[in-house]
Design a protein around this ligand. Structure first.
Ligand code: ACM
Length: 628
């Protein structure tokens, strides 16, 4: 009891310390476990030496720091092995306890002391240290003359071991340099798993030397631009001008680069569904031949309002064909050799099974293996894949559909439909990564549909921040962590990747790293705004969507009522119905707006302290009516 009292007093003290300070330590994302500000500061000298002991990894991390400091032409810092009594010191110290990644950072007038039990902790401590420097440190070239840090002591430890972001490079292709940039940006916020979605209907992105046609045929498609999912199907003999793939040398290079940023890569080969690109290369892998080219963003599945979705073309590998397992053995042999991470992701989501249902080969398989339904057929496939992956010395993870028909032994689950699937899997003793569509799908729009590339749903920053990966009544040891997923159907370039990721990934980073009890939405918003300045300095795009109000249409067609709900406090919303552009002297929103009878357009903009901060939203009344 006494101990509990002491802990709560300490927690209260550290919260007060954080909330009262206005030093950069108050604005860290993810919030550290404990922050104590002190008097004084440390000014880094232009020729400062960074002492990093003799550990090669620590020296490499120290070099990252030195390089960042030297972005200012006034600086020529260097890394030296060995120890010193003061100045900047990065020290491996087994006395720093806690989970992998824990660190202790002390800044005083005599220097910086960063300690951790292993290099990963030093790396995360460095990310914190960089955030304590001004935003100019993020600029490729900085005009800053002096790097100065306020005194502070920080103890920190991650909550979860799996802090992931998924990047889909199949729907749209991103180059090696773009993937590295993505890794740089995620590592700054202490993410440590890149889920690399390497194969889908619209592209196969990884060279498999024993199956050369995968990239010869599967990596290129006709180029289409506009609203993905509505495009023309590839025409016979249409030039395939869009796409790309990673050679095995490039994959090794990316893996090595990610390692240098303490990011593991989990490669995903999505089977048996989502396999049109593979089937275009090797048509015999489907139960029903027909696919001639990777998808071009055309419609190939139906999602009826009720009942099961179904394929318009057969984009699934045939579970009754032994050649499929030979194929997958070859693929996973090479994938396992390229990726040192313990897990391989086999996808398993959204398999349209209507062609399986009609296949004589599948019917024969069901008889032979005594499989009662298509769930069991799918489970048969998944279990065979699990065996293949295990034979390569790897653990298997898959989307939660792989639970249907009975889960393969030792398989880990990526729970995406919601938390329920992951909860069930954890209760059965399977490891789970929580990635519910309701909270962490970063392909969703971030504000009103009028302001975003259209997708079927919205997911606002505030909701992301409420994500809690550990369900009640589940042993937390089975929840490896969580992950934000960026599918790229509607994401055509790396700038838009950044827009979709930030600032929502700030929220995910904090959920996955910081103690659950430190969650504080208003405080988080303040910190997000500080971080956005850093993104500006780094020339990283982000969504300003939290400044746009949510639009809710109420009333009826005779009298529409429009409710505007700001996501954050302290905003004034101004509006017009007369087609003109409102400014801060226009009417201020106070209560749901009655749409005047003949009005055809509502315009809305938010201001803060007399300055526009939101975007001009233009909402045709006819469109609003449709939302009723
Ligand atoms: C998924 O979103 N289909 C995993």
């Amino acid at each position: 009891m006494k101990q509990i009292f002491l802990i709560s007093v300490l927690a209260a003290l550290s919260m007060t310390a954080v909330s009262q300070q206005t030093t950069p330590a108050a604005y860290l994302i993810p919030a550290p476990v404990s922050v104590r500000s002190a008097q004084g500061s440390f000014t880094i000298r232009p020729a400062e030496k960074i002492y990093s002991g003799s550990n090669k990894e620590v020296m490499a991390i120290a070099s990252l720091f030195s390089t960042a400091l030297n972005h200012s032409p006034a600086y020529k810092t260097t890394v030296v092995s060995g120890q010193a009594g003061s100045g900047i010191r990065f020290v491996i110290d087994p006395a720093v306890k806690g989970k992998t990644g824990s660190y202790s950072l002390g800044i005083s007038s005599t220097g910086i002391l960063l300690r951790a039990a292993e290099p990963a902790g030093i790396f995360y401590g460095l990310q914190t240290l960089l955030q304590l420097l001004p935003p100019a440190i993020e600029a490729p070239v900085s005009s800053e003359k002096t790097w100065k840090l306020a005194a502070v002591t920080i103890q920190d430890e991650p909550r979860f071991a799996w802090r992931g972001l998924m990047l889909d490079v199949a729907r749209h292709f991103f180059t090696v340099d773009e993937v590295k940039l993505f890794i740089d940006q995620m590592a700054k916020y202490k993410f440590n798993v890149l889920h690399w979605h390497l194969a889908d209907d619209e592209g196969w992105r990884i060279e498999i030397k024993s199956l050369p046609k995968l990239v010869e045929v599967g990596a290129m498609r006709p180029e289409r631009i506009g609203t993905f999912g509505t495009f023309k199907a590839p025409l016979p003999n249409e030039p395939r001008t869009y796409g790309g793939f990673y050679t095995q040398d490039q994959v090794r290079d990316v893996v090595k680069y990610a390692r240098s940023k303490y990011v593991d890569i989990v490669p995903e080969i999505d089977v048996p569904g989502h396999s049109m690109a593979a089937i275009a290369a090797y048509p015999e892998l489907a139960c029903t031949p027909g696919v001639k080219a990777p998808g071009a963003g055309d419609k190939f599945m139906e999602w009826p309002p009720t009942g099961h979705f179904y394929g318009l073309v057969d984009n699934a590998l045939c579970p009754a064909n032994e050649a499929v397992y030979t194929f997958l053995d070859k693929v996973f042999t090479e994938v396992a050799q390229l990726f040192p991470f313990e897990y391989i992701h086999m996808g398993g989501d959204e398999t349209a099974r209507n062609f399986w249902e009609k296949s004589e080969a599948v019917k024969a398989l069901m008889q032979k293996e005594n499989l009662k339904d298509l769930d069991q057929v799918q489970a048969y496939f998944v279990k065979r894949v699990a065996k293949i992956i295990a034979s390569k010395g790897k653990k298997m993870i898959g989307w939660d559909e792989i639970m249907a028909g009975g889960l393969a032994e030792n398989a880990a689950i990526m729970s995406w439909h919601g938390m329920k699937e992951g909860t069930e899997a954890a209760k059965m003793g399977h490891y789970v990564v929580m990635t519910p569509v309701s909270h962490v799908y970063l392909d969703y729009m971030q504000s009103d549909i009028s302001m975003e590339p259209p997708v079927y749903a919205s997911l606002r920053l505030k909701k992301v921040y409420t994500f809690e990966p550990v369900p009640e009544n589940v042993d937390p040891k089975f929840i490896l962590g969580g992950q934000g997923n960026l599918w790229t159907e509607q994401v055509y370039n790396i700038r838009q990747v950044q827009y979709m990721i930030w600032p929502r990934a700030f929220a995910i980073s904090e959920v996955l790293w910081s103690p659950a009890k430190t969650r504080d939405w208003p405080g988080f918003v303040t910190r997000v705004e500080k971080q956005l300045v850093r993104l500006d300095s780094a020339r990283t795009k982000y969504a300003p969507s939290m400044y746009d109000p949510a639009i809710t249409v109420k009333g009826d067609t005779n009298q529409l009522l429009i409710e505007l709900t700001p996501e954050i406090d302290g905003l004034q919303i101004h509006y017009s119905f007369d087609n003109s552009y409102p400014d801060q002297y226009y009417p201020t929103y106070k209560e749901p707006l009655k749409v005047p009878i003949d009005a055809s357009l509502l315009r809305v903009i938010t201001y803060r302290n007399g300055k526009p901060i939101g975007r001009m939203m233009s909402l045709p009344v006819a469109e609003l009516k449709k939302r009723l």
